[in-house]
Design a protein around this ligand. Structure first.
Ligand code: TRP
Length: 330
């Protein structure tokens, strides 16, 4: 059995499991939401999507027929796992930024020669412990070391082992950052991984109709995911959002090469959060997320600006998605 003690508490890792820290996290959501409603244009960090309900909805998004990225990245990883594992060499360790569903890292572990260690980093301690326990069942000899931390901040990791340290950042989450944040994240990763490499998934620019469909699924799961932000505010912050008064809006902004997600006020209305009232005009939006799309070259150029040396790139036959091997110099 794995318990919270599995969490690596050496060297000041951030743990968020105590009630006091949960309060801090809630306070941060409240103050960020209040700030989002107080300034125009309204925008809030997508990190607040992922409570338990949001994470479940996100897992459903990944299964949708229109949502090609997850399926395509999985097929790229499984097709090229042998070649990727060769890049890693024997006894490599994987540092995953965000503990995902673990399906993707299993594809790597199965192809690797004597994988030494797996260090998933996630801000949610609970999610991390569950994920680590699930993985440990199938890889009993793997050293699994969950690290509870915000990977967008400076990271302190245990010293690398004998093999190559490989960062893993799938899902095109890099595209959910602003270009400045992406550069900052990559610079930080290049530091943590120096002497090793980063395996990075990035969604590619394509027919806007295909992009549009991926974020406007017929079943409305993406809409429910977007609206869950307001539902979560009602649950946790006792806000009074009426979900029916907001519309999910997602569209491709071609000049900025990104999908934008918004919650649009269907009418003039007032909302209350944390004892403060805000007015929204009809058609006014709260910008909830960006998902930047890349070309293979634009992604490689970004990585190079952050200090990486671009290596091999794997893609699918339709060039929908890309997986990059980026060397982190010593
Ligand atoms: N990073 C992925 C993407 O941008 C997954 C994702 C994050 C997502 N937030 C989302 C997908 C919101 C759909 C809706 O596509």
């Amino acid at each position: 059995m794995l318990t919270g003690t599995m969490l690596n508490l050496e060297a000041g890792f951030d743990t968020r499991d105590s009630p006091a820290q949960a309060r801090t996290a809630r306070g941060e959501f409240e103050s960020d939401l209040i700030r989002a409603l107080a300034v125009k244009p309204h925008a809030i960090s997508p990190k607040y999507f992922y409570d338990a309900q949001g994470s479940r909805l996100f897992d459903s998004i990944c299964e949708l027929p229109e949502y090609y990225p997850t399926r395509t990245e999985l097929s790229i990883l499984s097709t090229h796992a042998g070649e990727i594992a060769r890049q890693m060499g024997p006894r490599a360790e994987i540092v995953e930024f965000g503990a995902g569903s673990l399906r993707k890292v299993r594809l790597l572990l199965d192809a690797m020669q004597e994988p030494a260690r797996y260090l998933p980093i996630d801000i949610s301690g609970e999610h991390l412990v569950d994920a680590a326990a699930a993985l440990k069942v199938d890889y009993p000899s793997l050293d699994v070391r969950p690290v509870v931390a915000d990977y967008t901040q400076r990271l302190l990791l245990p010293a690398p082992g004998a093999g190559c340290r490989v960062g893993f950042f799938p899902g095109s989450t890099i595209g959910n950052f602003t270009p400045e944040e992406a550069l900052h994240f990559l610079r930080n990763a290049a530091q943590v991984l120096r002497g090793g490499a980063l395996l990075l998934g990035a969604d590619l620019i394509k027919d806007p109709a295909v992009l549009h469909a991926a974020y406007n699924d017929a079943q409305g799961v993406t809409a429910a995911f977007n609206l869950n932000l307001l539902a979560r505010a009602n649950r946790e912050l006792h806000a009074d959002f009426e979900l029916g008064r907001f519309a999910h809006s997602a569209f491709y902004n071609a000049p900025l090469q990104r999908i934008e997600m918004h919650l649009v006020s269907r009418r003039r209305q007032q909302v209350a959060v944390g004892g403060e009232r805000f007015e929204l005009a009809e058609g006014e939006s709260i910008h909830t997320e960006n998902s930047h799309k890349f070309t293979i070259d634009s992604l490689r150029a970004l990585a190079q600006r952050a200090g990486f040396t671009a290596g091999p790139v794997w893609t699918d036959p339709n060039q929908l998605f890309s997986v990059h091997w980026l060397h982190a110099p010593r």
